[in-house]
Design a protein around this ligand. Sequence first.
Ligand SMILES: [Cu+2]
Length: 171
Amino acid sequence: MTFPTTAKTALSLLPLVLLAAASLSGAAPATPTTATPTTATTAKTIRIEMSEMKFAPMNLTLRAGQPVVIQLSNAGVAPHEFQAYGKPGAAPKGEAAWDAYMEKHTIWLPSRDTRLTVNGKAVKGRFIEVQLKPGEKATLSFTPTQAGAFEMACDYPGHYESGMKGPLTVR
Ligand SMILES: [Cu+2]
């Protein structure tokens, strides 16, 4: 026994009829809503002054996905440098070991918008530290890609050991 064609058609149309009834009964179409951005895109500007065996401030907190502009200056009498990298379990021993570590863990290397100017001049290419002579200034921009515990430091001979380092947290 088969259903008469008319009954079959009526049954298959039922969902459509119900849908039509629902929209006729005043079910309003969904209004598009403006999504609230989950990551801030406005760049955060931070000033860091380097001098003998310290950074001012001594610690930083950044946000993953938020661009940051770091204005660096060397207010000391010796050259200093700014490095920032995933915090090592133990400090690498020696210059070569540090450099190899930095090549893998420098915070701005995975960022697609890393930019550096030193005394107003753009620095091209890959870099793992920002070295400044006394009185020099630099602007370093990037976007942290990953949350975690990082460290900023100066690795000129004896500086790291004398305390020229501080925690950098990315939330
Ligand atoms: Cu230093």
